[in-house]
Structure formats: structure tokens, C-alpha cells
Design a binder for this molecule. Sequence first.
Ligand SMILES: NC(=O)c1ccc[n+]([C@@H]2O[C@H](COP(=O)([O-])OP(=O)(O)OC[C@H]3O[C@@H](n4cnc5c(N)ncnc54)[C@H](OP(=O)(O)O)[C@@H]3O)[C@@H](O)[C@H]2O)c1
Length: 339
Amino acid sequence: MSTTSAPAYSKLKMLYELYYGFFPNKPTFTPEDYPDLAGKTAVVTGCNTGIGLHVVEYLYKKNCNVIGVVRTESKGIAARDKIVKECPESKGSISIVGGCDFCDLSLIKDTGVKVKEILGDKPLSIIIHNAGLMASSNQLTSKQGYELMFQTNCLGPQLLQHFLDSLFLKKDSDLKRIVWVSSGAHLLGFKDYGINWEDPCFEKVSKNQRAHAAVLYGQSKTGNIYQANAWASKHKEIVEEIGCVSVSCYPGNLKTDLQRDWSRIGRWIGNRIFWDGNYGAYSELYGALYPGLSTKDQGVYIVPFGEIHDPREDVKAGLSNGTDLKFWDIVEEKISPFF
Ligand SMILES: NC(=O)c1ccc[n+]([C@@H]2O[C@H](COP(=O)([O-])OP(=O)(O)OC[C@H]3O[C@@H](n4cnc5c(N)ncnc54)[C@H](OP(=O)(O)O)[C@@H]3O)[C@@H](O)[C@H]2O)c1
């Protein structure tokens, strides 16, 4: 498959989707609509702050057992204690697994081991790959020498999913969902199917030859759209059998710590035009809980605050012509030394 034959995409449609991110329709599937989750377990990454924190709170309120995966254990525990104190009625639980820092792929196997220990023989129903990095700088590099947003947003989640597959791919629950958290910023990714195919990790050029940080973030978030669909295709038979649905999700334009390295003026503006973080949880939990999603919906792209739209036209085409699988395999090659 040639990556130079990517279909053109309409700038007008892109502008509409960017506009839509700021002025989305009202959410129609909100916490009052969520089912009781007693006996179900969810893994949520990056849940010490931002959208992930709200996601854990809503799941826990519905009696879910949540395994919160964070990089700094003390931050995860502080978040857990706050939620538990605020929701005394819940019959669920929140366990925190620390040390999952996607900056270093060699740490992720241990996260898989810890999740397995906590899960025991309970069914794993939901996985939300929420943790992510949007850096203002294009100069950041991981322990493995890869551009940091690509590693944090694509390599890390796919590696973690590798360790969760054996826990998740079982016929043990009537709810089986994976949400790969993407962004409307995927619209800003590279021209041909969103990815810098020759060198997505920017290993082969010096740092000052890297693309703009927004394009790098856009590339990584395009990757999440491909991962949602490719994961389902790679496990097609068992996924159909157990009724699992894997989707990507653009949670919204939200006031969270994601803008932590913006200038004061940038954050001041963001605080006035962005939505509160809990709205992002509505989008992610639409993917995780909405009863209308079925195995026919593999790889759909959910937009704020719980609707399905098409991603950028070339990325949409990439979901049906094998580009998503090509992306998955490129990532797999990078992460396989850490299996
Ligand atoms: N906010 C928005 O407007 C928006 C829009 C579109 C998409 N998203 C996506 O939504 C997701 C959640 O973002 P958010 O807005 O809630 O941001 P946030 O408040 O910054 O939270 C991000 C979470 O990811 C974790 N994280 C960052 N780098 C990590 C790494 N190297 N290894 C492990 N965990 C790491 C953070 O941990 P620490 O606290 O330890 O750094 C934090 O828990 C992200 O995937 C983001 O791309 C957000």
C-alpha cells in the first residue's frame, strides 16, 4: 500500500470539525444514564487529574472497581482518597498502580503485572487509554530516543494494551470496551494519512528538523484513531465472540492540566473558551458505557460529548484500506523489545 496516494481532505470540513469542538451539541448520555457497574472492573490510565479523574469518579459512583494507572503513585492515591471521601455510598473500589511512565517503555511490563495481581480472577470490562501528553515543545525525547508525544500517546498505550490483552480477551462480562483517547487535533497531523511514515518517532533527524509541536501532537492523536480500529481487526475472531468494542474518542476542548506548559495568557484564554473537564468524561464514558454501541462500531471516532463523526477524510480512508494495520505494525516493531 502506498502512503503517497492518500485522498485529499477538505479544509472546509476540517474548519467545521475544529469549530464543532468548541460548540458541540449537548451531551445526551450522562451519569444519570450510566448502568450499575457492580462486579465490573475498569482500567483507566492518567487518572490522577484532568478528564481521567472525572472518569474514575463517575465509574466509582456506579459501583465499578477501578484500577487507576498513573505514573506518580502519591498523586494517584491523593486522587483516589478525594473521590472515595466524596462518594461514601459507592460499593466499588479504587486501586492505584503507580510507576507507569510512558517516557520509559521498560517500566510498562511491571504495570501489567501489578494490574494482573489486583484483578485476580475478576472480569476486566473496560480499558480507557486516557493518559496523554500535549507538549508545546517539539524538542522532547523519551528514554528510548523517540519523540516524546509519539511515545507517550501511541507507543505506551499499545504496549500497555499488549499486557492487558490476556486479561481482557475473555468471555467473562456482558460489557467489553476499549477507549483510545484521541483528539480533534488529529486534524493537524501530517498530510498523508496523518503520519510521518518514514520516521514517525523522529529518530533519523536532528531535533531542529522536527515538525511543529502541534503537528507532532496531531500525528500521535491520529495514531490513536488507527489503534482503536486495528486492535479490533487484529483480534477479530475473539472480539466478535466476546462482543468487545474498541473505539477512539475526542473528549472535547477542556480546561485540564493538558495546557500545563502554556503561557499565562494562553491558559487565561483557554479558561474562558474551554469546557470543564467533566464534559470530557461524558465523551470517554459514551465510548465505555453507551449501550447502543456494538461490534459493528469497531474503530468509530467519538466526538464531544458523545456523538460519532468521521475523522479527517484521509484518516477515515485509512481505517478501511489497511493504513491502520500498517500503523499498528510500525508501533509493534518499536515496542516488541519490551514485551
Ligand atoms: N483537555 C483537552 O482539551 C483534550 C482535548 C483533546 C484530547 N485530550 C486527551 O485527553 C486525555 C486526557 O487529557 P487531560 O486533558 O485530562 O490532560 P491532563 O490533565 O494533563 O492529564 C493527563 C494525564 O496523563 C498523564 N500522563 C502524561 N504524560 C504521561 C506519561 N509519560 N506517562 C504516563 N502518564 C502520563 C498525566 O500524569 P501526570 O499528572 O503525572 O503528568 C495525567 O494523569 C489525553 O490523552 C489528551 O490528549 C484532551
